[in-house]
Design a protein around this ligand. Structure first.
Ligand SMILES: [Zn+2]
Length: 343
């Protein structure tokens, strides 16, 4: 519901604290039951609308109830005309290819306890109130190239296999299954997350459609983000339910004295020497064409060395040269990493 602009925030806070408590008192037991059905549902089966709605609404209400920043949230709601909660829910439920993305994204980021995610919440709401159709693509045009890329870089395959402890055949099946379901999504969708990739609780991988003028750099960026997301995917292959997936954590690893527990970030640092904020054109070419049998250490040192400079802007007279964006493609990281504050 919309908030009366004339009422002060401190009064609104009192009113809403009472309202939320009273709503929860009435609906808590029903919502909890349905919500727990949702979390315990097998990832193999489609979600049940009623259960998803219950899980989302319960998360929303509990988030508000436990937030020490309720006043600020109400103030933001007031300023941003956030009367669209029901529209957001409808959109989540009605979406097709983006449904796992929407559900997982909402569950992950509807977290009102942390003030630093507040602006994301608001952007999220604003975003979902827009009615623009979303541009999406499947992974078909990259599928064969990515398989060839992996076969040229067995060090990545061995690492991913190690994350899931399955035999060769099962690994290949799981990989194929993941790639076939990848959705490439226009950058606007990822904008509010400040991310380029997202592996949902039900193991569907979404990657931003990179749109530099240079197809090689777009492809390199997609593959780079995909390797990160595949770490999340293979970490979760043994999960049976949404709840398992939510609780699937990565054991802490220390790299150069820094503790890390984000599967994709650990991979990036180990194989690329850093969590890169951009890829320059030279490293994109190296990354896509490398068939060298380097050790992980040699590969990561070389990768980081080549990518040490942001390309200088120059205007090439050659047709098809990579102009714009100074010969680099920007990277933002993954949504899980953002949510955990690794940035
Ligand atoms: Zn990640």
């Amino acid at each position: 519901m919309s908030l009366d602009r004339l009422i002060s925030i401190s009064d609104l806070k009192k009113i809403y604290t009472k309202k939320i408590k009273s709503i929860l008192g009435i609906v808590n037991s029903d919502l909890r039951l349905l919500s727990s059905n949702f979390w315990n549902r097998s990832l193999e089966y489609p979600v049940v609308t009623e259960e998803v709605l219950a899980a989302l609404i319960l998360k929303f209400l509990l988030g508000l109830e436990s937030s020490v920043k309720l006043g600020e949230i109400l103030c933001e709601i007031k300023l941003s005309k956030l009367e669209n909660f029901s529209k957001i829910l409808k959109r989540i439920i009605a979406s097709n290819e983006l449904k796992p993305f929407n559900i997982s994204g909402f569950l992950l980021f509807t977290d009102f306890k942390y003030p630093d995610t507040l602006s994301s919440e608001i952007n999220f709401w604003n975003f979902w109130s827009e009615r623009k159709p979303v541009e999406i693509k499947n992974f078909d045009e990259y599928f064969n190239d990515f398989m060839e890329f992996l076969s040229n870089n067995s060090l990545f395959i061995e690492y991913l296999k190690g994350l899931c402890n399955v035999d060769e055949n099962t690994f290949n099946l799981l990989l194929e299954f993941a790639l076939e379901k990848i959705v490439l999504v226009e950058k606007q969708i990822f904008k509010w997350y400040g991310a380029d990739g997202f592996t949902t609780y039900d193991r569907k991988i979404y990657i931003k459609l990179f749109e530099t003028d240079c197809p090689v750099m777009n492809k390199a960026a997609i593959f780079y983000v995909l390797l990160h997301e595949l770490c999340h995917y293979f970490r979760r292959t043994s999960c049976l339910t949404w709840e398992d997936s939510r609780n699937c954590s990565t054991p802490e690893t220390s790299i150069d004295g820094i503790p890390l527990s984000e599967a994709g970030n650990i991979f990036e640092i180990q194989f690329f020497g850093d969590r890169h904020r951009f890829l320059n054109k030279s490293v994109c070419e190296f990354f896509l064409s490398s068939t060298e049998t380097l050790s992980r250490e040699e590969y990561s040192t070389k990768f980081a060395f080549i990518n040490r400079t942001r390309g200088r802007f120059f205007v090439s007279l050659m047709r098809g040269a990579c102009l714009g964006e100074k010969n680099i493609v920007e990277l933002s990281g993954c949504a899980f990493s953002k949510h955990r504050g690794y940035d």
